[in-house]
Design a protein around this ligand. Structure first.
Ligand code: SF4
Ligand code: F3S
Ligand code: FES
Length: 255
């Protein structure tokens, strides 16, 4: 079977170069078996070393290769050209600071997010490193694990219209981070402290239920379920560390 001639229209702009103007540049290459967008961009960069894009793991682990592929946020390393039409448009993820071309700075945003939602276990218990590990219910451990699978790729924020209108929005990734501590039995935060982090338009009230976050999360995190769970926590004003998995904000675990 003859291979397809693929055509890519790629956003080019270097914000640190005063002479650079935003534009789309066309590239063509022949499709090869099992080709991914990582292969495509690497080949193009052999021809044009100035092309900027990010890859580290090439296996959907590091979260660095999120971009808009024909308008949809996707991980480029996990996108096979066989799933794409002959002509493909590649743009950087919106919402994040543009570094250049397809490269955006998700790292700074996620570091700041960690500080904003105080992303650590809050406890005033003395840490005794000689003591046995504290026990928790399997259902709680599974629910926490499920939320910790976020790879901070930013696809949920790139997909969310609220995030494009509100640069201070925590986004589904931020809301999921808070949910992770809400179900953690070691975390002693009160309902009031949770409300301070979430009870604003930057938090859960800014979410208008568009659910694109859920549709485009490449790790299939149960974002919709978590956002509903946080709404219930705020509405009830009570935070139950329920061992029952029915109360936990997760669907079934997926790796
Ligand atoms: Fe990426 Fe999903 Fe985490 Fe959002 S929640 S940053 S889409 S892995
Ligand atoms: Fe945005 Fe997801 Fe809410 S797409 S508006 S965070 S449901
Ligand atoms: Fe790491 Fe794509 S290169 S997620």
């Amino acid at each position: 079977m003859r291979s397809r001639k693929l055509s890519f229209s790629i956003f080019r702009y270097n914000p640190s170069d005063p002479d650079s103007q935003p534009r789309l540049q066309e590239f063509e290459l022949d499709e090869t078996p099992s080709m991914t967008l990582f292969t495509v961009l690497s080949r193009i960069r052999e021809e044009d070393p100035s092309l900027q894009f990010d890859f580290v793991c090439r296996s959907a682990v590091c979260g660095s290769c999120g971009m808009l592929v024909n308008g949809k946020p996707r991980l480029a390393c996990r996108t096979k050209t066989a799933e794409l039409p002959r002509k493909t448009n590649l743009l950087p993820l919106p919402f994040f600071r543009l570094v250049g071309d397809l490269s955006v700075d998700t790292g700074t945003w996620f570091r700041e997010l960690g500080k904003r939602v105080r992303s650590w276990v809050h406890t005033d218990k003395f840490f005794d490193r000689t003591a046995l590990e504290e026990r928790m219910f399997n259902s709680q451990a599974r629910a926490i694990y499920e939320l910790d699978r976020c790879i901070e790729c930013g696809c949920c924020l790139g997909a969310c219209a609220t995030a494009q209108m509100r640069s201070d929005f925590l986004g589904a990734a931020g809301l999921a981070r808070v949910a992770r501590f809400c179900i953690d039995p070691r975390d002693q935060r009160s309902e009031r402290e949770i409300f301070e982090v979430l009870g604003t338009d930057e938090g859960v009230f800014g979410c208008i239920g568009l659910l694109a976050c859920q549709d485009f999360c490449p790790k299939n995190l149960p974002l919709e379920t978590q956002i509903s769970y946080l709404r219930r926590v705020l509405a009830r004003g009570s935070l139950t560390k329920a061992p029952d998995v029915r109360e936990s904000p997760t669907r079934s675990a997926s790796l």
